[in-house]
Design a protein around this ligand. Structure first.
Ligand SMILES: *Cc1c(COP(=O)(O)O)cnc(C)c1O
Length: 400
């Protein structure tokens, strides 16, 4: 018998606020009714704000973020097209694998897990590509497996500096609506996200924002697709409809989630993620443990991947947290399995919840055999959240 609530600190699915849960408890309605667009049409416009695009075409496909990846690739590219991608964590690696499976010619740059998108290598490959054979460049904005945020604007500059015409694709699944992301300012052609991370919804929606240039590419792209066909979606969406049955409760939930983000303000949401993440990072540092992120400038504000000391199995930390303390942390993925665990700190979250995460992690680490002073991490985070250094600190957003 477990009492109390499961404490969920995984980087997706994230906690769904009560107002969003209740908004999804609706009787089913007619998705072909004349007033269905009252629900759906405003959502497209509001999602544009979230992607920070004025002209991007927003689409929602039933499915997870992985579905959005597939929709992005199959609608805009052709069999054998050359694309430039980096592998620096589980999600970027899976995106490479999908691109290969779909028949693209992937120029893969492998960098250590914990590094960011290798912009200088990208620039070199683009500069050497005199005939513009590279059709698209893919960037995983926030590598959720390693807790690393990459510099998308720098990739745009690398493209511009060699006058390269490739499309810029961004996986923003664990960044959009929680880390600063600017589709138009950064010249992103196609950005994807999912419902179950920053948007605080259950899984089930793959969301894309597509630039005019990428829409143009979709008109001639010949990779096979059917369910994910952009043109069917765009044509039906124009009237507020979908080419097939949409997940209606999720659309109601999305409206409520966007209400919450609007009420807080997107800039404030992003600043809150930064503030909470900094507290968690200070806690981890106080334990004497290292992040997987190779440099402080790369640290993600939505997830921290923590390396456990030699001789300790991170799977024990996860198991103890779950079995003994009814708390979920994220597992180490791929080669980080057993070597790292992750604290997800995104979505509907506050200081108290972050302190709970650190407190339970301390107990689980202790039981798993890590030497640490109980309360050390919690205390460091408390000082950041409530102490004098917090008041004195300035944490400018990139936007300021
Ligand atoms: C969660 C996530 C995905 C998609 O995962 P799904 O389980 O398909 O929703 C893709 N990329 C990143 C960076 C993610 O964090």
């Amino acid at each position: 018998m477990r009492t109390g609530q499961l404490q969920l600190f995984i980087p997706g699915p994230t906690n769904v606020p009560d107002s969003v849960r209740q908004a999804m408890n609706v009787p089913m309605q007619d998705m072909r009714a004349s007033d269905f667009g009252d629900l759906t049409l405003p959502l497209f416009d509001r999602l544009r704000g979230l992607f920070r695009t004025r002209t991007g075409q927003v689409m929602m496909f039933p499915g997870s973020g992985t579905a959005a990846w597939e929709a992005a690739i199959t609608n805009t590219l052709n069999p054998g097209d050359r694309v430039l991608m980096a592998r620096h964590g589980q999600f970027s690696a899976l995106w490479v694998e999908m691109a290969e499976r779909l028949g693209l010619d992937v120029e893969v740059i492998d960098v250590p897990w914990g590094a960011g998108c290798p912009v200088a290598d990208f620039a070199r490959h683009l500069g050497n590509d005199r005939k513009d054979r590279i059709r698209a460049v893919f960037v995983t904005h926030n590598e959720t497996a390693t807790g690393v945020t990459s510099d998308v604007a720098a990739v745009r500059r690398a493209l511009d500096e060699c006058f390269h015409d490739a499309l810029l694709f961004v996986d923003g699944v664990s960044s959009i609506a929680s880390i600063d992301f600017r589709m138009d300012d950064w010249g992103v052609d196609l950005a994807v996200t999912g419902s179950q991370k920053g948007l605080m919804l259950p899984p089930g929606l793959g969301i894309l924002a597509v630039s005019e240039k990428a829409m143009e590419a979709s008109r001639t792209a010949t990779l096979r697709r059917a369910y994910f066909e952009f043109s069917d979606m765009v044509r039906m969406n124009a009237g507020g409809y979908f080419p097939y049955t949409p997940p209606i409760p999720l659309l109601h939930g999305l409206r409520a989630a966007l209400d919450r983000i609007d009420a807080e303000g997107l800039d404030a949401v992003i600043a809150r993620h930064r503030r909470l993440a900094e507290g968690v990072r200070r806690g981890i540092a106080a334990w004497g443990l290292d992040l997987i992120a190779a440099h402080p400038s790369l640290c993600s504000d939505t997830v921290s991947a923590i390396r456990v000391p030699q001789g300790v199995d991170a799977r024990d930390v996860l198991r103890i947290a779950y079995d003994d303390f009814h708390t979920s942390f994220g597992a180490g993925l791929g080669p980080l399995q057993g070597r790292a665990f992750r604290i997800g700190h995104l979505g509907d979250l506050n200081e108290a919840m972050c302190l709970t995460a650190l407190s339970v992690a301390e107990m689980a680490l202790l039981r798993a055999g890590v030497q640490l002073q109980p309360g050390a991490g919690v205390g460091a985070a408390q000082l950041w959240f409530a102490g004098p250094d917090r008041a004195a600190a300035r944490l400018p957003l990139a936007a300021e």
